[in-house]
Write a protein that binds this ligand. Sequence first.
Ligand SMILES: Nc1nc2c(ncn2[C@@H]2O[C@H](COP(=O)(O)OP(=O)(O)OP(=O)(O)O)[C@@H](O)[C@H]2O)c(=O)[nH]1
Ligand SMILES: [Mg+2]
Ligand SMILES: [Zn+2]
Length: 288
Amino acid sequence: MQNGKIIKLVGGVYTVFGDDGIRYERKPLGLFRYRKIYPKVGDDVLFDAESITQLLPRRNEMVRPAVANVDHILIVSSCKEPTFSFQLLDRFLALVIHAGIDPVILVTKTDLMTEAEMEVLSGKLAYYQKYFPVFYTSAKALPGIPELREWFKGKIVVLSGQTGAGKSSILNTIDPSLRLETNEISKALGRGKHTTRHVELLRIGDGWVADTPGFSKLDFVGFDARTLHECYPDFLEHRDECRFHGCIHINEPGCRIKELVRSGAILPERYDHYQRLVEEIKATKPIF
Ligand SMILES: Nc1nc2c(ncn2[C@@H]2O[C@H](COP(=O)(O)OP(=O)(O)OP(=O)(O)O)[C@@H](O)[C@H]2O)c(=O)[nH]1
Ligand SMILES: [Mg+2]
Ligand SMILES: [Zn+2]
């Protein structure tokens, strides 16, 4: 019996990185399936000569991308191709925070922007910078790459974002020996082609980074509209200033958050995305 970390899953076969530094291919014991235990990339496990025999407790986990025990999720958003979306960013931030993982915003393809366009984008992102680390990078012009390489040290970091955002390209730039497959996004369709198809943890220095398949839709199944506001650090800061304890900042009188939205101290657009997400979650019937 040996300890290891799952670093890859393809077609039901897991690659386990043993504590001896060797990679092993294993499948979980049959009883995992019977008990509906599905190991994920990032999971710490016990394994023997034949199978993964035990899943060790998780510190956190995400559904999509399916990862566990990570330090950070880098929300990768391109400036252009695909177009930067603050709505997507706000939704993604909520999802990552809800999973108990620290988000980082990684803005890619800065080379496609004019100086004036960049000023507008970074001006808006300055608000986010008060709450989350924000990196600006480009696989073509290379700003931010040394900082990012330094920052990855000793951490388990997962890159996630829309398909075509440039996740694999950035990893290749940080470490060219990774040779990850990248692809042109289909401009005719206006969406990417899902070049990366599985989650895999890759060694960068003494840390791990995971490249993941891009997504086109975010799922909020299992979310509670009454607690969603806890995923917004900018709202949480003022939670004791609302008139009612447990205010979710929608229709309650004396809501400090709505006051701050009116004054512009909280980004109105971000609040609007929050409101829409509350409506969306309320409209979703729970699945039993
Ligand atoms: N101009 C420019 N193009 C980039 C940059 N980074 C990536 N691209 C291009 O964007 C396209 C998509 O890049 P990928 O790295 O494959 O994107 P991805 O996020 O890994 O996509 P999926 O694996 O489908 O999720 C490719 O054509 C890249 O060459 C960048 O910084 N600047
Ligand atoms: Mg990719
Ligand atoms: Zn309130």
